[in-house]
Ligand binder design. Structure first.
Ligand code: AQP
Length: 334
């Protein structure tokens, strides 16, 4: 039985990077596995920031999942904080993890750089919450970007450690946790920020010029692409010494379905202005049907809340059973 688990944190508006790097792959994977669970991971959203409009962003992200093609016949969607088992299993797994392991997490090192003593304990503990998300549902496959691979490896280590301890104690609970595999699709695009092609596009950026949000209007898209950073020479090719053009070509290819080589051929001898104009129109065309669907779904918030409540109730038996097994193996409770 193959079960996928993945999620996005509602720290801001979903952007093209989130679509091309995550949701597009989820939509394809939901047809290939037995079960898919997609979560809006709101507990993760408060580890480093105090996101504005958190509650509304949670609903928006859920609406985008549906508008982009997550199919409720095949997949379950819910909000992390609606299931208390995530926080409870996090505490238990905390007691099976070491400071050394968490100190080695690259994302923690990057996000805490220069402010080690003032970052939240939650940021340090982020990988354990992620391990709890994955292990609670016995996920076999976890689609993630390269930057999250280390966290899935930690979840694997914790699962193996826990299984080994409780097998040794003779409780007969060898395989409490399923060992998850990270799925890192080589075809998945890593999208860089429009205002800095050396950094990734990110929704919590202070500048809206960093990203194309999925709900940006045509005028905003034209303006942002027009103002996107370019490289020094006026040549439309994807090359290591041209990170800005490589990123723009990558986005063009992602939204149009055309390969980068054919785009390079089409734009040979043309200038950045023409290329950017076409790119903006291609993004607008690509987002238009998704935005239409999003608006319809988001207009009925009561229905959306019901979908998330139903989703939470439908995953509850899996989460409760797993937490029950874990507590029983340890001997917690009476
Ligand atoms: N720029 C990107 N290119 C490709 N994929 C991306 N993802 C995020 N940014 C890009 C993928 O989207 C999923 C959502 O991840 P997340 O919200 O849990 O955290 P993140 O990776 O930290 O995303 P953001 O948008 O950059 O959020 P903030 O600004 O809050 O840190 C993941 O699968 C990720 O790989």
């Amino acid at each position: 039985m193959r079960r996928i688990f993945s999620g996005i944190k509602p720290t801001g508006l979903l952007h093209l990077g989130n679509y091309l790097g995550a949701i597009k792959q989820w939509v394809e994977l939901q047809n290939k596995v037995d079960e898919s669970i997609f979560c809006v991971v709101d507990l993760h959203a408060i580890t480093a920031l105090r996101p504005e409009n958190l509650s509304e962003n949670i609903l928006k992200i859920a609406a985008w999942y549906l508008a982009c093609g997550i199919d409720l016949e095949k997949s379950k969607i819910f909000v992390q904080s609606m299931r208390p088992e995530h926080a409870e299993l996090t505490w238990i797994l905390n007691c099976f993890s070491t400071m050394g392991e968490l100190n080695r997490m690259t994302q923690y090192k990057e996000k805490s750089e220069g402010k080690k003593d003032s970052v939240s304990v939650g940021l340090f503990d982020y990988p354990i919450l992620m391990a709890a998300d994955i292990l609670l549902y016995s996920a076999t496959d976890v689609p993630v970007g390269e930057d999250q691979k280390q966290h899935v490896e930690l979840a694997r280590d914790l699962a193996i450690r826990f299984n080994n301890i409780y097998a040794k104690s003779g409780s007969g609970s060898r395989d409490i946790f399923t060992i998850p595999e990270p799925i890192i699709d080589a075809g998945v695009r890593r999208i860089k920020a429009l205002d800095n092609p050396l950094k990734k596009m990110e929704k919590s950026s202070a500048s809206a010029l960093n990203y194309i949000a999925l709900d940006d209007s045509p005028d905003e898209i034209r303006k942002k692409i027009q103002r996107a950073v370019t490289d020094s020479s006026d040549e439309i090719v994807a090359r290591e010494d041209k990170p800005a053009m490589t990123n723009l070509l990558n986005i063009f290819s992602g939204v149009s379905g055309r390969d980068i080589k054919s785009l390079e051929l089409d734009y040979r001898g043309k200038n950045y202005g023409e290329f950017k104009k076409d790119l903006a129109e291609e993004i607008i065309l690509f987002l238009k049907p998704k935005q239409k669907k999003f608006k319809e779904i988001f207009a009925d918030k009561e229905k959306l809340r019901q979908i998330l409540t139903d989703g939470s109730e439908s995953v509850a038996p899996i989460a409760k059973e797993m937490l029950g097994k874990v507590k029983k193996a340890i001997g917690l409770g009476i």
